[in-house]
Design a protein around this ligand. Structure first.
Ligand code: GDP
Length: 445
């Protein structure tokens, strides 16, 4: 890690926008700003906290680099808690690079990835999980992922973890008191308390660290359309997407590959895949499609098995459905025609008229457990790993206590659980963990 007292700078915006922002943080920020920027009009308190100034940015020779807006944020009321200024200039890379070069010539150094946010963390303004939430917002792929990250940024994850840590700290203290003063504190009563509280903490940690829910919040759920050719899979997919990107045709077997599209239902992202019809075939190209369809089916969160309700089920369909598991939703498509089949618990719909589509979307959301995807759950694998480490340590502690072993044994495991939870918020100040978190950030964040 480079010197944390340096004044750092970076382009904070991505390429291609119509505005670029150069951000500078550190004790020399304002002296640098005053040497490369001047407001066009003389205004009273021009450099006041949070005030936008319209002016020119200059290089060291006094040549104008661009017209720009500049704003100062005074320590500690800034993103990093240090003196910070930002210059907004015309977009495109050249202007921002020229300003960056000037700012560096005036003594700032290029920021490391995530260094602005790291400074906010090191100064205690935010904890580690909140720092990661910033990245979560930037990288969110659905509104539910964004909402979960905002909740995390506001301390949603930290608050629950903080409570769990407090409970564990009080248990370690209780065990230590019981060991030090065996005459005054009843070991049986203490053991009972340790069991109760520990089990409560394990229940809480399990409820917020479900891997499948986290993945769905972060990346979305995979929904695969399956069924024989010509039953209407592409039509159902199109109806779900409300667009016409899949090829709809009445020649069996034309969807030869897996076609995946993204759609958002109630804020939850779905990766919808239309597969090649699952049927035995000799055609080499179609065979590959069928294999890919089988792979997609295996990894799906939800399988929409489409039947053509206007014709009898084939033996192949019956066989496929005999192997269905809890991920399946059976669709009786073409309800606008005369229906000749029924199937227990199936969704009846017509991709052609749109009838039954609402029932279908409700069922999909129900299948992926959308109601459980509340914004307090952990979405990051790193947090879940830490929670799982804590859960195993607490479960070990519970085993010691339940088998009437000395309570100190349990205290060791409970302390280990505390450290694991401390890694989520960064309270344990584990350098390696902190470095790992910030290495994934972009420069300028
Ligand atoms: P896939 O091979 O399973 O993807 O089936 P397609 O979506 O290509 O549809 C096969 C044929 O069934 C096409 O002629 C569609 O127009 C027709 N089709 C699909 N859904 C419906 C429906 O709900 N009602 C009716 N009447 N025809 C449909």
């Amino acid at each position: 890690m480079l010197n944390s007292n340096d004044t750092i700078c970076a382009v904070a915006t991505g390429n291609g926008g119509s505005i670029s922002i150069v951000r500078v943080s550190g004790e020399n920020a304002f002296s640098i700003l005053k040497r490369c920027f001047s407001p066009i009009k003389r205004i009273k308190n021009a450099y006041a906290h949070g005030r936008m100034m319209y002016g020119n940015v200059y290089d060291l020779n006094g040549d104008t680099l661009d017209e720009a807006m500049a704003v100062c944020f005074y320590a500690p009321n800034s993103y990093t808690t240090e003196d910070v200024f930002e210059i907004q200039m015309h977009g495109g890379d050249m202007s921002a690079q020229a300003v960056l070069k000037t700012v560096m010539a005036l003594g700032a150094r290029m920021a490391e990835p995530g260094e602005f946010t790291r400074r906010a963390f090191l100064s205690g303004r935010i904890d580690l999980s909140e720092a990661e939430a910033v990245m979560g917002i930037v990288g969110a792929k659905s509104q539910s992922a964004r909402r979960a990250s905002v909740r995390q940024l506001k301390g949603g994850v930290s608050a629950g973890i903080g409570k769990a840590r407090e409970a564990l700290i009080s248990l370690v203290a209780l065990i230590s008191a019981a060991t030090d003063f065996p005459e005054e504190i009843d070991e049986e009563v203490t053991a009972q308390k340790v069991i109760e509280k520990s089990e409560q903490v394990v229940r809480f940690l399990k409820s917020v660290s479900d891997r499948k829910h986290a993945r769905i919040m972060r990346q979305g759920a995979s929904v695969v359309l399956a069924g024989l050719p010509n039953v209407g899979k592409s039509s159902v997919m199109n109806a779900l997407l409300s667009c016409d990107r899949a090829i709809v045709t009445d020649i069996p077997g034309t969807t030869r590959d897996v076609l995946t599209e993204s759609v958002e239902l109630n804020g939850v992202r779905l990766a919808l895949s239309d597969t090649a019809g699952l049927r035995d075939t000799c055609d080499a190209v179609e065979k590959i499609g069928v294999q890919r369809a089988k792979d997609a089916l295996e990894n799906a969160d939800v399988v929409l098995y489409v039947l053509d309700a206007a014709r009898e089920m084939t033996s192949e369909e019956k066989e496929n459905l005999s192997k269905m598991d809890e991920r399946y939703i059976v669709l009786l498509n073409k309800s606008d025609l005369t229906s000749v089949i029924t199937f227990e618990n199936a969704v009846t719909l017509s991709a052609k008229t749109g009838e039954g589509m609402e029932a279908l979307t409700d069922r999909i959301l129900q299948k992926i457990g959308a109601a459980d995807l509340n914004e307090d759950i952990m979405t990051l694998p790193r947090h879940i790993e830490c929670a799982e480490r804590a859960i195993s340590a607490i479960e070990r502690a519970l085993e010691w206590v339940k088998s009437a072993m000395p309570l100190d044994f349990a205290a060791n495991d409970l302390s280990e659980a505390l450290n694991a939870l401390g890694d989520i918020t960064g309270e344990s100040m584990n350098e390696e963990v902190i470095d790992r978190v910030f290495q994934d950030f972009c420069v300028g964040k």
